[in-house]
Design a protein around this ligand. Structure first.
Ligand code: C2E
Ligand code: MG
Ligand code: MG
Ligand code: MG
Length: 298
């Protein structure tokens, strides 16, 4: 591993520089292999979209399916976005890949609706590069037209950090997207230091509490304070609040008692391929904790 090699090289003197160089070469090789592979991955249809439900805490129903990208690499197996999204951003491949995700998520949602399933939103994650791209609005409009999906069933998730890098710009573009009738969520909320003044100007629909605050929400008083503050702020600004990364009943109970509107996480379902997502939409396999069943009107 490159870090260990670097450590050895620095501490043990000259002989180890060779080892260090080798490790560096291996890293560079892997990067090059991913980069050339990624250029062909679209035409070879190696990208997959997994879907993870968002669950409403009043009705117990699915409100949206979040599209989460995977790359089924011929040699390396199923790769998570953390292993290739930043490379896609550095190479500009994020634009065709992002457009592919948007189109296929919208097509999938149309197909579910055409099958007669109760309509839900499909939520697509947007990279900061996509948000700043001049053609974004035109691309979104084109895809909505092509797929015939009603804009109210498309949701775009943008991370708070990206929004706060250039709030004035973000306000303008998010307002324009909202103008199309699309649902907008601020992802990983709590990590990007939004000021209340900015929040007031964003015409967004939902704040998504970052999973780093959810992990210990029921046992750590600081995380509990942050989560309840976000919920209170969302309520007073008329925004929905969702918690991501809900894994256990302790987190679930705390968030439900504190009136978090929606939840998402392994407790309900992990991200699944389209076939399994359709089952979840039919109400099969969605795990709702026993303790909640009595109170939820389902
Ligand atoms: P995100 O949008 O904040 O998505 C949440 C991540 O948490 C997902 O990881 C999801 O699989 C994972 N997760 C869901 N429930 C739980 C849980 O209960 N516990 C834990 N520990 N984790 C949970 P994933 O799929 O690896 O995606 C990571 C990130 O990659 C996403 O974070 C998103 O920012 C980005 N990403 C995913 N798909 C796309 C895409 O199509 N385009 C772009 N630009 N970014 C994407
Ligand atoms: Mg997301
Ligand atoms: Mg998130
Ligand atoms: Mg997150």
């Amino acid at each position: 591993n490159a870090d260990i090699a670097m450590y050895n090289a620095k501490t043990n003197g000259r002989n180890n520089y060779q080892f260090y160089d080798q490790a560096m070469d291996q890293e560079a090789d892997k990067r090059l292999m991913l980069e050339t592979g990624m250029r062909k991955a679209l035409e070879r249809e190696e990208f997959r979209i997994y879907y993870q439900p968002k669950v409403d805490m009043v009705s117990g129903r699915v409100t949206a399916m979040e599209a989460l990208l995977r790359w089924e690499h011929p040699e390396l197996g199923m790769l998570p976005p953390s292993s290739f999204i930043s490379l896609a951003e550095e190479t500009g491949l994020i634009f065709p890949i992002g457009e592919w995700v948007l189109r296929h998520a919208c097509l999938q949602n149309r197909a579910w609706q055409d099958q007669g399933l109760a309509p839900v939103r499909v939520a697509v994650n947007l990279s900061g590069y996509q948000l700043q791209h001049k053609g974004l609005i035109a691309t979104v409009r084109k895809i909505l037209e092509e797929t015939g999906l009603d804009p109210m069933y498309l949701e775009l998730e943008v991370t708070e950090t990206v929004v706060m890098q250039n709030p004035d710009f973000a306000v303008a573009i998010l307002n324009e997207l909202r103008g199309l009738g699309i649902h907008i969520s601020i992802d990983d909320f709590g990590t990007g230091y939004s000021s209340l003044a900015h929040l007031k100007r964003f015409s967004v629909n939902t704040l998504k509490i970052d999973k780093s605050f959810v992990r210990e929400v029921d046992i750590n008083s600081t995380d509990a304070a942050i989560a309840t503050a976000i919920i209170a702020m969302g309520n007073s600004l008329n925004l929905k609040v969702i918690a991501e990364g809900v894994e256990n009943e302790g987190q679930f109970s705390f968030l439900r008692e504190n009136k978090c509107d929606e939840m998402q996480g392994y407790l309900f379902s992990k991200p699944v391929p389209p076939q399994e997502a359709a089952k979840l939409l039919r109400g099969e396999g969605l795990k709702i904790p026993e303790t909640a069943l009595a109170e939820l009107s389902i």
